[in-house]
Design a protein around this ligand. Structure first.
Ligand code: PDD
Length: 287
């Protein structure tokens, strides 16, 4: 059975889920999105995701067209289609369609609201064993990366560049400072200190990032929001990337150079244990 897609208040088959070519999402990438991982039918960090959605919408002059309870009902219905599978919910809101193409906000328009779900496959065993490779690239994106905007062309090009180099991610820097990955946040370990670049308009405040920082601190591991320069990244003992779909992944090579000893490090194992434990508690309804 083809999964249903939520589109503007209705649940429709994928082939019926169509929007106008006049939609401002299509014409201008005028919209925002969220990706929410779900375990055992429970969305992880749903309040944080919806709060960030509210901030992204505010950043483009829009309001949440649904609100928390309505979103929860949409998620529950999408997840019910495959109750035994871990899933990733994708939702997108655009400023909707207007009669003519005009950059200025239309006086009146109805937002286009889409949500869908797809299976979230378990992590490949090779990741914990060998880690993933990354490349290092200049951050060519815009200056409001704190907004989870659907305009992802720069991220698409960077991630493709990584893929063509046989790497999983492009780690980005701007003015000599690491910002984030093209689709993830970055953590760096130097000695027993864990660092991640501070939130700013230059990067997305990742939900996985924030949760991991809290889990580490609760376990007595120092985790600081601190600027990370390119040389600090290159001399790090460990580098991790985090995202809703990749969890906490160890980066073991950057641009062909090994990170630390070139294998997933001991602090990554601890971070991963904390994150997996959180997922287990979520599955059993204990968080
Ligand atoms: N991307 N930074 C960027 C640029 C991202 O695209 C993402 C996630 C993150 C991590 O955020 P979170 O932990 O909230 O997933 C950071 C999603 C998964 C995507 O675009 O598919």
């Amino acid at each position: 059975m083809m999964a249903e897609i939520y589109l503007n208040g209705a649940y429709v088959a994928a082939e019926q889920a169509t929007v106008s070519v006049m939609d401002r999402g299509f014409l201008f990438a005028d919209g925002v999105y969220e990706v929410i991982p779900c375990y055992g039918g429970r969305p992880l960090g749903v309040d944080r995701h919806l709060e960030r959605l509210g901030r992204s919408l505010a950043g483009i002059g829009m309001r949440d067209p649904l609100g928390r309870d309505a979103w929860q009902a949409v998620f529950a219905r999408l997840l019910a289609a495959a109750p035994d599978t871990d899933q990733a919910i994708y939702l997108q809101i655009t400023r909707g369609a207007a009669p003519v193409r005009d950059h200025r906000f239309p006086a009146a328009s109805t937002p286009t609201v889409v949500a869908m779900s797809k299976p979230l496959p378990p992590r490949a065993p090779s990741i914990a064993e060998h880690g993933v490779r990354a490349i290092l690239c200049e951050d060519i994106r815009w200056s409001r990366c704190d907004i989870k905007a659907i305009g992802l062309l720069a991220a698409v090009l960077l991630r493709q560049q990584a893929a063509e180099a046989g790497a999983e991610e492009a780690i980005l820097y701007r003015d000599g400072q690491v910002t984030e990955g093209s689709t993830s946040n970055v953590f760096v370990v130097a000695g027993d200190c864990v660092m991640t670049p501070p939130t700013s308009p230059r990067l997305l405040s990742g939900i996985t990032r924030d949760l991991l920082a809290e889990l580490l601190r609760a376990a007595g591991i120092e985790c600081m929001e601190q600027a990370v320069s390119v040389p600090v990244l290159q001399q790090a003992d460990e580098v991790w990337i985090t995202s809703s779909t990749r969890e906490v992944a160890p980066v073991t090579a950057i641009g062909g150079q090994p990170v630390g000893t070139g294998v997933p490090g001991p602090l990554w194992r601890e971070a991963d244990r904390l994150y997996q434990d959180y997922k287990m508690r979520l599955r059993s309804g204990h968080v």
